[in-house]
Design a protein. Structure first.
Length: 1006
């Protein structure tokens, strides 16, 4: 089948583009050689480093490259013909979606066997879906389908989040005839302008876009149970959320008080992650503001390094900015006008007078810690909006301060406060010299600052003042506390990740709000319970675990109400609405009952009912309908897996743990969280301005759902952004056609007594089954797609080439089940084409089949190794033929390395060093008499220690391998083939044969 070869290579090249630098391949030789015994407890197994267990064989890579180079298959004409052929192959995916639906495969009944309940973040229906929205849902669906194959009764429901202002804001923009938005709808999403203009009513907008999203999810083949769908403005859901808040209140977790919170001055409303542009969660931090007294009043300077106060030589003001004289707690303060305005939302500050900063320059004030007299000087680097617009100058430890003094030609001398190993009396002077920073406006000044601050924070020791001898880190807190206690400083709040902008466009600030309602995530006892539960959870990717720990640690009271928006009325103040990150923390529990609750008498949906359903409090005699709901909840809970995007780790995903632990207790709290990165488009971030948004439904129409599913998860592991590339999608599409053709052509063959190629393929298939289990469990989607799609198919292609009577029946019966979570429609197509199954239990659909188990007794290291050796040797021969320009040789002789070379290689592998190796070799009788040659070879081996292995065939096995395949090689190269032990070489061949190494025969060409 000549046409098949070229695209394998091309698809493989596409796949290889995203491959890590052959990491797994290189591991082959060093990894454990025995197949892992599958572990019964998947969760336990996930904890293991599964990388050890996986051994991707380089054969797949080599095969692909080899096939690609192998003429005459890979002419461009073949490629074009190939794509023309396969791009026409289409799968009727809606047919399969219809069949699944008919059979109600994804609407599970509670109580039927072992369950698996998973949810993905519900979508916001204020605009259509693009391809980036597909990733989290695809990952979730792959997992859901995999769990179904394992025999679980799987529930994967979906609802719509309409809480807050995004829906209102979109309806408003449409009502205002916003050209940009209408243009995007029309141009990118093909929504006719007339239609879009009717979406000015929020409910209609929600209904329109939620329909679009639901349709897209169905077209993607997501195995969702839609019978439990709800919207967060539904009456029953509102009652449920109110119950949640009353429950939290009774636990003491809802508080009202006066706190600084992130704020939008234009909307006059608190802001959190869902309110900012780019969905960034504002982080508040406390900053120390030191008051420097003067004859006129106080000069407040904010600082993140209060311990450096002993080294303050002067203060800085921006001479060009506007400054003010204010009253604050009965004192007179001087600060920039912008800072005064900013701080007036946190403190009772009143502006009295306004003037230019230059007027302050030259004033003298006092360092409150040392009592020394210091001047106020002008500097252009001072930002009037940061802190107070007044900066304390510590030239010995702050490169900007040193540079500003140097730029001004000042005679002020730096005062050292912190001792830093490797630096002298003025670390900032030294770092400025090292980096050759020109002036305070040189961009390198910031770099110098970053380097020095980090070094001093982690390695600095105080040498001045009361805390001399302590680490700078420890002194920081103590100095701040002392200054505040002496009323020489106060604390203010800043947004640490500033500048952040509200969706309305205004810069977010901090405001101290009176009587604001909060969820008290700062409660220590609650934090502890949450941390305890986190320890028991499985967090994927594993490396995000510290982020959860960190978030639990820093979270403080979070404002939970807004003055406007859709959603649920706050039960303790009916003028307020519960905001979007606070009404979405336990809604997964609502899925368990939502389909039944909608038929329950409206008047009886109340707190008592929810107390019973979720907490088991039986205050009255509940009806059988209520009992059925209670049973549903108890059956499905706890949530087995929660799926979302990585940017929600710092808010939603952590809130989810907090609220579950508080309300349902640890036993019924989530078992696992899976978070994934974004999707980029042909290497670029998707954005309106880039004009590279690809609507999900457009993509499905173009490539079909399986290619899209594969493309959004196959290019990257969870923690990375995944790139959707059109050329990869085309390649995958072509490969599907190729797989289908192989399945059609080679699956009818009758079983026969296995030939060596069958033993090899069976070994590869069982290994793939074994690895795929681990990869599915840990959702290493990229490795998974490489292994079971590109890898397995390239095995099949190679097998067809090698086998005399190829039969892929068993391969495709098992493979179609294995690939079905990722490419369900395609899997069904092959599954139905195969008809009655011979090697796996038959079932109506691939997606309801039983997951094949690996038969480890069929994994043959020798068979795989011999095949790999053959492929590598063919590669080497081709390489040599090309080098010597001999396209048609007369004869090829292969010399196989003797046993003593193998023995020596193992010795060097273990001893690592030349002298030790030779010492060891001298003890061996078979090597002892050959020490001169041993020394030469051992030297060669020690020079390649990083690729050296102790795993190899015996000289006899290697010889047998080539003798068995001599006919194949003869066919490949069209010439005579001779295989000999290196010791049998005569005459001029002798020297050549001596170069034979284990797993690397010496090649002689005539
Ligand atoms: Zn705003």
């Amino acid at each position: 089948m000549p046409a098949m070869n070229a695209p394998i290579a091309s698809a493989r090249r596409v796949g290889a583009k995203n491959s890590p630098p052959a990491k797994s391949d290189a591991k082959l030789s060093q990894a454990s050689w025995l197949p892992d015994v599958p572990c019964a407890d998947a969760r336990e197994k996930k904890k293991k480093n599964s990388a050890n267990a996986r051994k991707a064989f380089p054969i797949r890579k080599i095969v692909s490259v080899w096939l690609f180079k192998n003429p005459p298959f890979c002419t461009s004409l073949t490629l074009i013909l190939y794509y023309l052929h396969y791009s026409r192959m289409e799968i009727d995916y809606e047919k399969w979606q219809g069949k699944w639906q008919e059979e109600k495969l994804f609407s599970p009944k509670a109580g039927k066997g072992k369950k698996f309940f998973l949810t993905a973040a519900f979508p916001y229906p204020n605009s259509p879906q693009h391809i980036g929205h597909g990733r989290t849902y695809t990952t979730t669906d792959i997992y859901a389908r995999y769990k179904r194959l394992q025999g679980y009764n799987v529930l994967f429901p979906m609802a719509f989040h309409v809480t807050g202002t995004p829906v209102l804001a979109m309806a408003e923009r449409i009502a205002e005839n916003d050209g940009e938005i209408l243009d995007i709808f029309e141009r990118i999403y093909h929504i006719p302008r007339e239609k879009a203009l009717t979406l000015t009513n929020p409910k209609e907008l929600v209904s329109y876009f939620s329909r679009e999203i639901e349709e897209g999810m169905k077209l993607m083949g997501f195995s969702i149970d839609w019978s439990r769908k709800f919207y967060t403005f539904d009456e029953n859901f509102n009652k449920f959320i109110q119950w949640q808040f009353r429950t939290l209140h009774s636990l003491g977790y809802i508080k009202q008080g006066t706190h600084p919170i992130p704020w939008c001055p234009k909307c006059a409303s608190p802001v959190s992650g869902h309110d900012t542009r780019g969905d960034i969660d504002p982080r508040l931090e406390e900053v120390c503001v030191v008051k420097f007294p003067s004859a006129k009043g106080f000069f407040p300077a904010s600082t993140y390094r209060p311990e450096t106060i002993y080294g303050v030589t002067n203060l800085w003001v921006n001479p060009a900015a506007e400054y003010t004289e204010c009253t604050f707690k009965g004192e007179k303060l001087f600060l920039s006008k912008k800072a005064a305005e900013k701080l007036s939302s946190q403190f009772d500050i009143n502006i009295q007078k306004t003037f230019k900063g230059s007027e302050l320059a030259g004033t003298k004030c006092i360092n409150p810690m040392t009592g020394s007299n210091i001047p106020i000087l002008p500097a252009s680097f001072v930002d009037e909006l940061t802190g107070t617009g007044i900066v304390m100058s510590v030239p010995a430890h702050a490169p900007f301060d040193y540079l500003a003094l140097r730029d001004a030609g000042s005679k002020i001398l730096p005062i050292q406060v912190i001792e830093l190993p490797g630096f002298g009396k003025c670390p900032s002077c030294e770092i400025v010299e090292q980096l050759k920073v020109q002036s305070q406006t040189d961009p390198k000044a910031q770099e110098a600052t970053n380097i020095l601050y980090k070094k001093e924070a982690y390695g600095g020791k105080m040498i001045t003042g009361k805390y001399a001898g302590e680490s700078a880190m420890a002194a920081k807190e103590k100095v701040a506390r002392e200054l505040v206690e002496n009323d020489s400083a106060f604390l203010m709040h800043e947004i640490a990740n500033s500048p952040l902008y509200c969706r309305c466009g205004a810069l977010c600030t901090v405001k101290t709000v009176k009587n604001q309602w909060f969820i008290d995530y700062g409660n220590e006892e609650w934090k502890e319970k949450t941390t305890n539960h986190l320890k028991k959870m499985c967090i994927l990717p594993e490396k995000t675990l510290p982020e959860y720990e960190y978030t639990i640690g820093w979270l403080k009271a979070k404002a939970c109400t807004r003055s406007k928006g859709l959603g649920t009325v706050f039960p303790f103040d009916k003028t307020q609405m519960i905001e979007a990150l606070s009404d979405s923390t336990i809604y997964m529990a609502f899925y368990t009952i939502s389909h039944l609750l909608s038929n329950y008498p409206k008047g009886k949906v109340n707190d008592a009912l929810f107390d019973y359903l979720f907490l088991g409090k039986e205050a009255e005699n509940f009806t059988p309908d209520a009992k059925a709901m209670r049973n549903e909840f108890l059956y499905w809970y706890p949530l087995d897996s929660r799926h979302s995007a990585l940017d929600l780790v710092h808010n939603h995903l952590t809130f989810l743990i907090f609220n579950h632990v508080a309300i349902f207790g640890e036993k019924l709290s989530p078992c696992q969280i899976v978070a994934n990165g974004f999707v980029t488009m042909d290497g670029k971030k998707m954005s309106k301005s880039m004009g590279n948004i690809l609507p999900l439904q457009d993509a499905i129409r173009k490539w079909g759902p399986d290619v899209i599913r594969f493309s959004v998860v196959g290019g990257a592991e969870l923690s990375m952004d995944s790139d959707f590339s059109q050329s990869t999608a085309n390649g995958v599409s072509g490969k599907l056609g190729q797989a289908m053709e192989m399945a059609q052509k080679y699956s009818s063959a009758k079983k026969h007594s296995p030939e060596p190629a069958d033993i090899w393929l069976s070994s590869r298939l069982n290994r793939t089954i074994l690895h795929s289990g681990e990869l599915y469990e840990s959702l290493e989607t990229r490795a998974l797609c490489q292994e079971i799609f590109y890898g397995a198919l390239s095995d099949a292609v190679w097998y067809i080439k090698r086998a005399e009577r190829p039969s892929l029946r068993e391969f495709f019966e098992k493979w179609s089940i294995l690939i079905s979570p990722i490419m369900p429609h395609f899997a069904e197509e092959i599954w139905s084409m195969l008809g009655k199954k011979e090697f796996v239990p038959d079932s109506k659909f691939a997606c309801t089949a039983v997951l094949p188990k690996s038969d480890n007794s069929k994994i043959s290291i020798e068979a795989e190794f011999a095949e790999e050796l053959l492929v590598k040797t063919i590669e080497d021969i081709r390489h040599i033929l090309k080098l010597i320009n001999r396209p048609s040789p007369k004869k090829i002789e292969l010399y196989i390395a003797s046993e003593w070379k193998r023995k020596l290689q193992k010795i060097v592998y273990n001893a690592k060093r030349l002298d030790a190796s030779l010492k060891e070799a001298a003890k061996d009788l078979s090597l002892k008499n050959n020490m001169k040659e041993c020394a030469l070879l051992a030297k060669k081996f020690t020079g390649n220690l990083n690729v050296l292995t102790d795993k190899m065939l015996t000289s006899e096995q290697e010889l047998a391998c080539f003798l068995e395949n001599a006919a194949f090689l003869k066919k490949e190269f069209g010439c005579a083939i001779e295989v000999l032990p290196d010791s049998d070489a005569n005459g001029e061949r002798k020297q050549k044969a001596a170069c034979a190494l284990p797993s690397k025969p010496s090649i002689y060409i005539e």
